[in-house]
Design a binder for this molecule. Sequence first.
Ligand code: GAP
Length: 515
Amino acid sequence: MHQEELFKQLVSHCKEYGFIYPSSEIYDGLGGIYDYGPMGAELKNNIREYWWKAMVQLHENIVGLDSAIFMHPKVWKASGHVDAFNDPLIDNKDSKKRYRADQLIENEIDRLEAKIEKEVEKARKRFDNFDEALFRSTNPRVLEWAKRIEDISRRLANALKTNDMTALKTLIDELEIADPESGSRNWTEVRQFNLMFSTQLSNIAGEEGKLYLRPETAQGIFVNFLNVLKTSRQKVPFGIAQVGKAFRNEIVARQFIFRMREFEQMEMQFFVRPGTEMEWYKYWKERRMAWHRAVIPEAKLRYKDHDNLAHYANAAVDIQFEFPFGFKELEGIHSRTDFDLGNHQALSGRKLQYFDPDLNEHYVPYVVETSVGLDRMFLAILSTGFAEETVPDAQGEDSTRVVLRIPPALAPIKCAVLPLVRNKEELVAKAREIFDRLKFHFMCQYDEKDAIGRRYRRQDAVGTPYCITIDFQTLKDDTVTIRERDSMLQERIPVSRVVDIVRQKTAMIQLLEQL
Ligand code: GAP
Protein backbone atom coordinates (compact mmCIF):
# COMPACT_ATOMS: atom_id res chain seq x y z
CA MET A 1 0.00 0.00 0.00
CA HIS A 2 1.24 3.51 -0.79
CA GLN A 3 2.58 5.22 2.35
CA GLU A 4 0.25 8.21 2.03
CA GLU A 5 -2.75 5.91 1.66
CA LEU A 6 -1.56 3.80 4.59
CA PHE A 7 -1.27 6.88 6.78
CA LYS A 8 -4.82 8.01 5.91
CA GLN A 9 -6.13 4.54 6.74
CA LEU A 10 -4.21 4.50 10.00
CA VAL A 11 -5.70 7.84 11.08
CA SER A 12 -9.25 6.67 10.41
CA HIS A 13 -8.50 3.30 12.02
CA CYS A 14 -7.38 5.12 15.17
CA LYS A 15 -10.73 6.86 15.38
CA GLU A 16 -12.88 3.89 14.43
CA TYR A 17 -11.33 1.58 17.02
CA GLY A 18 -11.06 4.04 19.90
CA PHE A 19 -7.34 4.84 19.82
CA ILE A 20 -7.37 8.56 19.04
CA TYR A 21 -10.10 11.15 18.55
CA PRO A 22 -9.77 14.78 17.46
CA SER A 23 -10.18 16.93 20.57
CA SER A 24 -13.58 18.62 21.11
CA GLU A 25 -14.83 16.93 17.98
CA ILE A 26 -18.45 17.98 18.48
CA TYR A 27 -17.17 21.55 17.99
CA ASP A 28 -15.21 20.51 14.86
CA GLY A 29 -11.97 19.82 16.70
CA LEU A 30 -9.04 21.95 17.83
CA GLY A 31 -5.89 22.08 15.71
CA GLY A 32 -2.99 20.02 16.98
CA ILE A 33 -4.87 18.63 20.00
CA TYR A 34 -6.04 15.02 20.28
CA ASP A 35 -7.75 12.78 22.84
CA TYR A 36 -6.87 9.14 23.44
CA GLY A 37 -9.81 6.72 23.50
CA PRO A 38 -10.16 3.45 25.46
CA MET A 39 -7.64 1.52 23.33
CA GLY A 40 -5.32 4.50 22.98
CA ALA A 41 -5.21 5.11 26.72
CA GLU A 42 -4.16 1.48 27.31
CA LEU A 43 -1.50 1.50 24.60
CA LYS A 44 -0.14 4.82 25.84
CA ASN A 45 0.00 3.50 29.43
CA ASN A 46 1.92 0.45 28.23
CA ILE A 47 4.49 2.48 26.27
CA ARG A 48 4.90 4.76 29.27
CA GLU A 49 5.38 1.74 31.54
CA TYR A 50 7.93 0.22 29.14
CA TRP A 51 9.94 3.45 29.25
CA TRP A 52 9.64 3.88 33.02
CA LYS A 53 10.69 0.32 33.79
CA ALA A 54 13.59 0.47 31.30
CA MET A 55 14.87 3.71 32.79
CA VAL A 56 13.95 3.73 36.48
CA GLN A 57 13.44 0.08 37.41
CA LEU A 58 16.43 -1.29 35.49
CA HIS A 59 18.89 1.43 36.56
CA GLU A 60 19.82 1.65 40.20
CA ASN A 61 21.20 5.11 39.52
CA ILE A 62 18.02 6.58 37.98
CA VAL A 63 15.11 7.80 40.09
CA GLY A 64 11.70 9.12 39.09
CA LEU A 65 10.03 12.49 39.54
CA ASP A 66 6.61 13.99 38.87
CA SER A 67 6.96 17.76 38.93
CA ALA A 68 4.22 20.34 38.30
CA ILE A 69 3.42 21.77 34.88
CA PHE A 70 3.45 25.34 36.18
CA MET A 71 6.77 26.64 37.44
CA HIS A 72 8.14 29.95 38.62
CA PRO A 73 8.36 32.32 35.58
CA LYS A 74 12.08 32.83 36.21
CA VAL A 75 12.66 29.15 35.35
CA TRP A 76 11.94 29.93 31.70
CA LYS A 77 14.13 33.01 31.74
CA ALA A 78 17.06 30.97 33.12
CA SER A 79 16.46 28.09 30.73
CA GLY A 80 16.61 30.45 27.74
CA HIS A 81 13.08 29.64 26.60
CA VAL A 82 11.74 33.20 27.02
CA ASP A 83 14.45 34.58 24.75
CA ALA A 84 15.30 31.71 22.44
CA PHE A 85 12.48 29.19 22.17
CA ASN A 86 11.34 30.56 18.84
CA ASP A 87 10.46 29.29 15.41
CA PRO A 88 10.75 31.41 12.25
CA LEU A 89 7.27 32.29 11.03
CA ILE A 90 6.15 33.44 7.60
CA ASP A 91 2.67 34.33 6.33
CA ASN A 92 1.39 34.08 2.82
CA LYS A 93 -0.41 37.33 2.04
CA ASP A 94 -2.79 35.78 -0.48
CA SER A 95 -3.82 32.55 1.20
CA LYS A 96 -3.45 34.00 4.75
CA LYS A 97 -1.80 30.68 5.68
CA ARG A 98 0.99 30.61 8.22
CA TYR A 99 4.13 28.47 7.85
CA ARG A 100 7.46 27.77 9.48
CA ALA A 101 10.05 29.30 7.16
CA ASP A 102 12.63 26.59 7.95
CA GLN A 103 10.11 23.85 7.14
CA LEU A 104 9.31 25.39 3.76
CA ILE A 105 13.03 25.26 2.96
CA GLU A 106 13.36 21.71 4.33
CA ASN A 107 10.49 20.67 2.05
CA GLU A 108 12.55 21.97 -0.87
CA ILE A 109 15.47 19.79 0.29
CA ASP A 110 13.10 16.79 0.56
CA ARG A 111 11.91 17.50 -3.00
CA LEU A 112 15.48 17.44 -4.33
CA GLU A 113 16.26 14.26 -2.37
CA ALA A 114 13.19 12.61 -3.88
CA LYS A 115 14.39 13.62 -7.38
CA ILE A 116 17.75 11.95 -6.72
CA GLU A 117 16.09 8.75 -5.47
CA LYS A 118 13.85 8.68 -8.55
CA GLU A 119 16.86 9.07 -10.86
CA VAL A 120 18.70 6.25 -9.04
CA GLU A 121 15.67 3.96 -9.31
CA LYS A 122 15.32 4.72 -13.03
CA ALA A 123 18.99 3.85 -13.60
CA ARG A 124 18.69 0.68 -11.51
CA LYS A 125 15.97 -0.56 -13.86
CA ARG A 126 17.97 0.41 -16.95
CA PHE A 127 21.32 -1.24 -16.20
CA ASP A 128 22.25 -4.81 -15.26
CA ASN A 129 24.91 -5.01 -12.54
CA PHE A 130 23.97 -1.50 -11.45
CA ASP A 131 26.65 0.13 -9.29
CA GLU A 132 24.66 2.57 -7.15
CA ALA A 133 27.64 4.21 -5.43
CA LEU A 134 29.36 4.84 -8.77
CA PHE A 135 26.15 6.24 -10.27
CA ARG A 136 25.60 8.60 -7.33
CA SER A 137 29.16 9.88 -7.51
CA THR A 138 29.29 10.41 -11.28
CA ASN A 139 25.84 11.16 -12.70
CA PRO A 140 25.86 14.90 -13.52
CA ARG A 141 22.21 15.50 -12.63
CA VAL A 142 22.46 13.67 -9.31
CA LEU A 143 25.66 15.55 -8.52
CA GLU A 144 24.05 18.90 -9.29
CA TRP A 145 21.02 18.19 -7.06
CA ALA A 146 23.27 16.89 -4.28
CA LYS A 147 25.32 20.08 -4.45
CA ARG A 148 22.17 22.19 -4.27
CA ILE A 149 21.00 20.23 -1.24
CA GLU A 150 24.34 20.79 0.45
CA ASP A 151 24.28 24.49 -0.35
CA ILE A 152 20.69 25.01 0.86
CA SER A 153 21.29 22.95 4.04
CA ARG A 154 24.41 24.96 4.89
CA ARG A 155 22.68 28.31 4.35
CA LEU A 156 19.62 27.15 6.34
CA ALA A 157 21.76 25.96 9.26
CA ASN A 158 23.73 29.24 9.25
CA ALA A 159 20.62 31.38 9.17
CA LEU A 160 19.06 29.45 12.06
CA LYS A 161 22.27 29.51 14.08
CA THR A 162 22.64 33.27 13.73
CA ASN A 163 18.89 33.99 13.97
CA ASP A 164 19.11 35.68 10.58
CA MET A 165 15.49 36.01 9.49
CA THR A 166 16.44 38.06 6.42
CA ALA A 167 18.67 35.23 5.18
CA LEU A 168 15.74 32.80 5.52
CA LYS A 169 13.50 35.09 3.49
CA THR A 170 16.22 35.47 0.83
CA LEU A 171 16.47 31.67 0.57
CA ILE A 172 12.69 31.34 0.18
CA ASP A 173 12.71 33.99 -2.56
CA GLU A 174 15.75 32.56 -4.36
CA LEU A 175 14.36 29.02 -4.32
CA GLU A 176 11.03 30.43 -5.56
CA ILE A 177 9.18 28.51 -2.85
CA ALA A 178 5.43 28.79 -3.24
CA ASP A 179 2.65 28.31 -0.69
CA PRO A 180 2.05 24.53 -0.85
CA GLU A 181 -1.71 25.09 -0.78
CA SER A 182 -2.31 28.10 -3.01
CA GLY A 183 0.86 28.26 -5.13
CA SER A 184 1.28 31.96 -4.26
CA ARG A 185 4.76 33.47 -3.71
CA ASN A 186 3.43 36.60 -2.06
CA TRP A 187 5.17 36.24 1.33
CA THR A 188 5.58 38.50 4.36
CA GLU A 189 8.99 38.92 5.99
CA VAL A 190 10.15 36.10 8.29
CA ARG A 191 9.86 36.82 12.03
CA GLN A 192 10.54 34.96 15.27
CA PHE A 193 7.59 33.43 17.12
CA ASN A 194 7.88 32.23 20.73
CA LEU A 195 6.35 28.79 21.17
CA MET A 196 5.40 29.00 24.84
CA PHE A 197 1.77 29.27 25.87
CA SER A 198 1.22 31.66 28.74
CA THR A 199 -1.47 32.39 31.29
CA GLN A 200 -1.85 34.72 34.27
CA LEU A 201 -1.89 34.06 38.01
CA SER A 202 -5.03 35.46 39.63
CA ASN A 203 -3.30 37.18 42.55
CA ILE A 204 -0.34 38.91 40.82
CA ALA A 205 -0.91 41.45 38.05
CA GLY A 206 1.41 42.09 35.08
CA GLU A 207 4.63 40.36 33.99
CA GLU A 208 5.37 39.11 37.52
CA GLY A 209 2.28 36.91 37.45
CA LYS A 210 2.80 35.60 33.92
CA LEU A 211 2.97 31.82 33.96
CA TYR A 212 4.02 29.50 31.14
CA LEU A 213 2.79 26.04 30.37
CA ARG A 214 6.04 24.08 30.33
CA PRO A 215 7.38 23.46 26.82
CA GLU A 216 9.56 20.59 28.12
CA THR A 217 9.48 18.54 31.32
CA ALA A 218 13.26 18.82 31.74
CA GLN A 219 13.22 22.05 33.75
CA GLY A 220 11.17 20.40 36.51
CA ILE A 221 14.08 18.01 36.87
CA PHE A 222 16.76 20.72 36.98
CA VAL A 223 15.03 22.81 39.65
CA ASN A 224 14.61 19.66 41.78
CA PHE A 225 18.22 18.54 41.33
CA LEU A 226 19.22 19.44 44.90
CA ASN A 227 16.04 18.02 46.47
CA VAL A 228 16.52 14.69 44.73
CA LEU A 229 20.26 14.63 45.44
CA LYS A 230 19.62 15.16 49.15
CA THR A 231 16.72 12.74 49.49
CA SER A 232 17.65 9.84 47.23
CA ARG A 233 21.23 9.04 48.38
CA GLN A 234 22.37 9.11 44.75
CA LYS A 235 25.91 10.02 43.70
CA VAL A 236 27.04 11.48 40.38
CA PRO A 237 26.63 9.91 37.84
CA PHE A 238 22.90 9.54 38.36
CA GLY A 239 19.71 10.32 36.50
CA ILE A 240 16.24 11.72 37.15
CA ALA A 241 13.41 10.53 34.92
CA GLN A 242 10.00 12.03 34.40
CA VAL A 243 6.99 11.60 32.15
CA GLY A 244 4.52 14.40 31.66
CA LYS A 245 2.67 16.85 29.50
CA ALA A 246 4.44 19.59 27.58
CA PHE A 247 2.88 22.40 25.55
CA ARG A 248 4.12 24.22 22.47
CA ASN A 249 2.26 26.73 20.37
CA GLU A 250 3.43 25.06 17.16
CA ILE A 251 3.01 27.29 14.11
CA VAL A 252 2.08 24.32 11.96
CA ALA A 253 0.69 21.39 13.91
CA ARG A 254 0.14 18.60 11.46
CA GLN A 255 0.80 15.00 10.53
CA PHE A 256 -1.70 13.81 13.13
CA ILE A 257 -0.07 13.22 16.53
CA PHE A 258 3.45 13.79 15.19
CA ARG A 259 3.41 17.51 15.94
CA MET A 260 0.88 18.52 18.58
CA ARG A 261 0.34 21.59 20.71
CA GLU A 262 -0.22 19.50 23.85
CA PHE A 263 1.84 16.31 24.07
CA GLU A 264 3.66 14.06 26.48
CA GLN A 265 7.40 13.68 26.92
CA MET A 266 9.44 10.94 28.59
CA GLU A 267 12.66 12.65 29.63
CA MET A 268 15.70 11.68 31.64
CA GLN A 269 18.49 14.01 32.73
CA PHE A 270 21.72 12.20 33.59
CA PHE A 271 24.07 14.23 35.82
CA VAL A 272 27.76 13.52 35.22
CA ARG A 273 31.21 14.78 36.17
CA PRO A 274 32.31 17.55 33.74
CA GLY A 275 34.64 16.13 31.12
CA THR A 276 32.91 12.71 31.10
CA GLU A 277 29.80 13.90 29.22
CA MET A 278 30.86 12.58 25.81
CA GLU A 279 31.30 9.05 27.19
CA TRP A 280 27.82 9.20 28.69
CA TYR A 281 26.39 10.79 25.55
CA LYS A 282 27.68 7.81 23.56
CA TYR A 283 26.38 5.38 26.22
CA TRP A 284 22.86 6.84 26.20
CA LYS A 285 22.80 7.05 22.42
CA GLU A 286 23.31 3.28 22.28
CA ARG A 287 21.04 2.42 25.23
CA ARG A 288 18.17 4.41 23.81
CA MET A 289 18.54 2.86 20.35
CA ALA A 290 18.40 -0.60 22.00
CA TRP A 291 15.13 0.41 23.70
CA HIS A 292 13.60 1.34 20.34
CA ARG A 293 14.94 -1.74 18.57
CA ALA A 294 13.18 -4.05 21.02
CA VAL A 295 9.83 -2.84 19.62
CA ILE A 296 10.58 -1.42 16.15
CA PRO A 297 12.46 -3.12 13.25
CA GLU A 298 16.04 -1.87 12.91
CA ALA A 299 15.57 -0.77 9.27
CA LYS A 300 12.99 1.82 10.37
CA LEU A 301 15.38 3.53 12.78
CA ARG A 302 18.45 5.66 12.24
CA TYR A 303 20.60 8.30 13.95
CA LYS A 304 20.72 11.85 12.65
CA ASP A 305 23.23 14.29 14.08
CA HIS A 306 21.92 17.83 14.56
CA ASP A 307 23.21 20.42 12.09
CA ASN A 308 21.75 23.19 14.18
CA LEU A 309 22.31 22.73 17.93
CA ALA A 310 19.66 23.91 20.41
CA HIS A 311 20.65 26.84 22.60
CA TYR A 312 21.59 24.51 25.48
CA ALA A 313 23.54 21.71 23.74
CA ASN A 314 27.17 20.97 22.80
CA ALA A 315 26.26 17.72 21.02
CA ALA A 316 22.92 16.38 19.88
CA VAL A 317 21.58 13.50 17.90
CA ASP A 318 18.09 12.40 16.96
CA ILE A 319 16.87 8.86 16.77
CA GLN A 320 14.69 9.04 13.69
CA PHE A 321 11.89 6.67 12.75
CA GLU A 322 10.59 6.09 9.25
CA PHE A 323 7.07 7.48 9.67
CA PRO A 324 4.69 7.04 6.70
CA PHE A 325 5.75 10.60 5.72
CA GLY A 326 9.51 9.89 5.89
CA PHE A 327 12.33 9.62 8.44
CA LYS A 328 11.64 12.10 11.27
CA GLU A 329 12.73 12.71 14.85
CA LEU A 330 11.39 10.29 17.43
CA GLU A 331 13.81 10.97 20.26
CA GLY A 332 16.47 13.58 20.97
CA ILE A 333 19.68 12.90 22.91
CA HIS A 334 21.46 16.07 23.98
CA SER A 335 24.63 16.82 25.84
CA ARG A 336 23.33 19.90 27.71
CA THR A 337 26.61 20.75 29.51
CA ASP A 338 26.04 22.75 32.73
CA PHE A 339 23.85 25.21 30.81
CA ASP A 340 20.66 24.64 32.80
CA LEU A 341 22.02 24.09 36.31
CA GLY A 342 24.53 26.92 35.78
CA ASN A 343 21.82 29.39 34.69
CA HIS A 344 19.44 28.38 37.48
CA GLN A 345 22.27 28.79 39.95
CA ALA A 346 23.03 32.29 38.63
CA LEU A 347 19.41 33.47 38.56
CA SER A 348 18.18 31.86 41.80
CA GLY A 349 21.32 32.58 43.81
CA ARG A 350 21.22 28.99 45.14
CA LYS A 351 24.23 26.72 44.78
CA LEU A 352 23.32 23.84 42.47
CA GLN A 353 26.50 21.88 42.98
CA TYR A 354 27.66 18.43 43.84
CA PHE A 355 30.49 17.59 46.19
CA ASP A 356 32.50 14.83 44.54
CA PRO A 357 34.15 12.79 47.30
CA ASP A 358 36.57 11.14 44.85
CA LEU A 359 37.87 14.48 43.56
CA ASN A 360 37.30 16.28 46.85
CA GLU A 361 35.75 19.23 45.00
CA HIS A 362 32.43 20.92 44.27
CA TYR A 363 31.17 21.31 40.74
CA VAL A 364 28.02 21.97 38.74
CA PRO A 365 27.38 18.60 37.06
CA TYR A 366 27.10 18.31 33.30
CA VAL A 367 23.94 16.76 31.89
CA VAL A 368 23.17 14.23 29.19
CA GLU A 369 19.49 14.21 28.32
CA THR A 370 17.31 11.62 26.61
CA SER A 371 13.91 12.90 25.49
CA VAL A 372 11.31 10.92 23.60
CA GLY A 373 7.77 11.99 22.74
CA LEU A 374 5.22 9.50 24.04
CA ASP A 375 2.76 10.43 21.31
CA ARG A 376 5.41 10.05 18.59
CA MET A 377 6.35 6.67 20.02
CA PHE A 378 2.67 5.75 19.92
CA LEU A 379 2.51 6.71 16.24
CA ALA A 380 5.73 4.80 15.52
CA ILE A 381 4.39 1.63 17.18
CA LEU A 382 1.05 1.88 15.39
CA SER A 383 2.49 2.62 11.96
CA THR A 384 4.99 -0.23 12.31
CA GLY A 385 2.28 -2.69 13.28
CA PHE A 386 -0.59 -1.59 11.03
CA ALA A 387 -1.17 -3.96 8.11
CA GLU A 388 -3.94 -4.94 5.75
CA GLU A 389 -3.58 -8.47 4.48
CA THR A 390 -5.40 -11.20 2.61
CA VAL A 391 -6.06 -14.30 4.69
CA PRO A 392 -8.34 -17.33 4.33
CA ASP A 393 -11.66 -17.08 6.16
CA ALA A 394 -13.47 -19.94 7.96
CA GLN A 395 -14.58 -21.37 4.59
CA GLY A 396 -11.07 -21.12 3.14
CA GLU A 397 -12.03 -18.15 0.91
CA ASP A 398 -9.79 -15.08 0.59
CA SER A 399 -10.75 -12.27 2.92
CA THR A 400 -8.96 -9.13 4.09
CA ARG A 401 -8.09 -8.37 7.65
CA VAL A 402 -6.60 -5.30 9.26
CA VAL A 403 -4.19 -6.31 11.94
CA LEU A 404 -2.09 -4.36 14.42
CA ARG A 405 1.06 -6.41 14.83
CA ILE A 406 2.23 -4.57 17.91
CA PRO A 407 4.48 -6.16 20.53
CA PRO A 408 2.21 -8.22 22.85
CA ALA A 409 3.59 -6.46 25.93
CA LEU A 410 2.33 -3.13 24.55
CA ALA A 411 -1.04 -4.37 23.26
CA PRO A 412 -4.05 -2.63 24.87
CA ILE A 413 -5.88 -5.93 25.40
CA LYS A 414 -3.79 -9.00 26.09
CA CYS A 415 -6.48 -11.60 25.70
CA ALA A 416 -10.07 -11.83 24.45
CA VAL A 417 -12.44 -14.42 25.85
CA LEU A 418 -14.99 -15.62 23.31
CA PRO A 419 -17.77 -18.19 23.77
CA LEU A 420 -18.20 -19.93 20.38
CA VAL A 421 -21.91 -19.07 20.34
CA ARG A 422 -23.92 -16.89 22.66
CA ASN A 423 -27.19 -18.78 22.75
CA LYS A 424 -25.82 -21.67 24.79
CA GLU A 425 -26.03 -20.81 28.45
CA GLU A 426 -23.34 -23.28 29.58
CA LEU A 427 -20.81 -21.87 27.09
CA VAL A 428 -21.50 -18.30 28.12
CA ALA A 429 -21.29 -19.20 31.82
CA LYS A 430 -17.98 -21.00 31.32
CA ALA A 431 -16.56 -18.12 29.25
CA ARG A 432 -17.63 -15.63 31.92
CA GLU A 433 -16.01 -17.77 34.60
CA ILE A 434 -12.71 -17.82 32.65
CA PHE A 435 -12.89 -14.09 31.96
CA ASP A 436 -13.51 -13.34 35.64
CA ARG A 437 -10.37 -15.27 36.51
CA LEU A 438 -8.16 -13.73 33.81
CA LYS A 439 -9.13 -10.10 34.46
CA PHE A 440 -7.10 -10.08 37.69
CA HIS A 441 -3.92 -10.72 35.71
CA PHE A 442 -4.12 -8.56 32.59
CA MET A 443 -6.45 -6.49 30.41
CA CYS A 444 -9.01 -8.86 28.89
CA GLN A 445 -12.12 -8.37 26.84
CA TYR A 446 -15.21 -10.55 26.86
CA ASP A 447 -17.05 -10.64 23.54
CA GLU A 448 -19.99 -12.81 22.50
CA LYS A 449 -21.54 -10.70 19.72
CA ASP A 450 -21.37 -11.80 16.04
CA ALA A 451 -19.84 -14.85 14.40
CA ILE A 452 -16.50 -16.00 15.80
CA GLY A 453 -14.62 -14.95 12.63
CA ARG A 454 -15.84 -11.36 12.96
CA ARG A 455 -14.85 -11.30 16.62
CA TYR A 456 -11.33 -12.48 15.72
CA ARG A 457 -11.12 -9.65 13.15
CA ARG A 458 -12.22 -7.09 15.76
CA GLN A 459 -9.46 -8.26 18.09
CA ASP A 460 -6.86 -8.31 15.27
CA ALA A 461 -7.78 -4.69 14.50
CA VAL A 462 -6.89 -3.54 18.02
CA GLY A 463 -3.80 -5.75 18.23
CA THR A 464 -5.00 -8.33 20.80
CA PRO A 465 -2.30 -11.02 20.73
CA TYR A 466 -4.44 -13.92 22.04
CA CYS A 467 -8.06 -15.03 21.70
CA ILE A 468 -9.41 -17.77 23.93
CA THR A 469 -12.42 -19.59 22.49
CA ILE A 470 -14.76 -21.63 24.66
CA ASP A 471 -16.54 -24.34 22.66
CA PHE A 472 -18.49 -27.50 23.31
CA GLN A 473 -15.36 -29.51 23.93
CA THR A 474 -14.51 -27.12 26.77
CA LEU A 475 -17.55 -28.35 28.63
CA LYS A 476 -16.36 -31.94 28.27
CA ASP A 477 -12.62 -31.73 28.99
CA ASP A 478 -11.94 -28.22 30.34
CA THR A 479 -9.76 -27.22 27.38
CA VAL A 480 -10.02 -24.11 25.18
CA THR A 481 -8.45 -22.99 21.93
CA ILE A 482 -5.90 -20.22 22.04
CA ARG A 483 -5.46 -18.30 18.78
CA GLU A 484 -2.35 -16.25 18.12
CA ARG A 485 -2.90 -12.94 16.32
CA ASP A 486 -0.04 -12.92 13.78
CA SER A 487 0.07 -16.56 12.69
CA MET A 488 -3.66 -17.09 13.36
CA LEU A 489 -2.67 -20.59 14.52
CA GLN A 490 -4.92 -22.23 17.09
CA GLU A 491 -3.90 -24.66 19.76
CA ARG A 492 -5.90 -26.58 22.36
CA ILE A 493 -4.79 -26.02 25.92
CA PRO A 494 -6.20 -26.81 29.39
CA VAL A 495 -8.10 -23.92 30.98
CA SER A 496 -5.73 -24.18 33.94
CA ARG A 497 -2.79 -23.07 31.76
CA VAL A 498 -4.38 -19.99 30.15
CA VAL A 499 -3.21 -17.46 32.74
CA ASP A 500 0.40 -18.67 32.70
CA ILE A 501 0.65 -18.86 28.91
CA VAL A 502 -0.86 -15.44 28.22
CA ARG A 503 1.00 -13.80 31.10
CA GLN A 504 4.33 -15.23 30.04
CA LYS A 505 3.92 -14.22 26.38
CA THR A 506 2.60 -10.72 27.03
CA ALA A 507 4.64 -9.64 30.05
CA MET A 508 6.77 -6.50 29.91
CA ILE A 509 9.77 -8.63 30.87
CA GLN A 510 9.74 -9.95 27.28
CA LEU A 511 10.91 -6.51 26.18
CA LEU A 512 13.02 -5.56 29.18
CA GLU A 513 15.18 -8.67 28.90
CA GLN A 514 16.21 -7.61 25.39
CA LEU A 515 17.76 -4.38 26.66
N1 GAP B 1 13.99 18.61 26.65
C1 GAP B 1 14.45 18.52 25.32
C2 GAP B 1 13.40 18.67 24.33
O1 GAP B 1 12.29 19.02 24.66
P1 GAP B 1 12.87 18.36 21.78
O2 GAP B 1 13.69 17.73 20.70
O3 GAP B 1 12.31 19.71 21.53
O4 GAP B 1 13.80 18.36 23.07
C3 GAP B 1 11.94 16.08 22.58
O5 GAP B 1 11.68 17.39 22.16
C4 GAP B 1 10.94 15.10 21.99
O6 GAP B 1 9.62 15.54 22.28
C5 GAP B 1 10.99 15.02 20.47
O7 GAP B 1 11.97 14.09 20.05
C6 GAP B 1 9.59 14.56 20.12
O8 GAP B 1 9.49 13.15 20.23
C7 GAP B 1 8.75 15.19 21.21
N2 GAP B 1 8.09 16.40 20.70
C8 GAP B 1 8.61 17.64 20.59
N3 GAP B 1 7.71 18.50 20.10
C9 GAP B 1 6.59 17.79 19.89
C10 GAP B 1 5.28 18.11 19.40
N4 GAP B 1 4.96 19.34 19.05
N5 GAP B 1 4.36 17.12 19.31
C11 GAP B 1 4.67 15.86 19.68
N6 GAP B 1 5.86 15.50 20.16
C12 GAP B 1 6.82 16.45 20.27
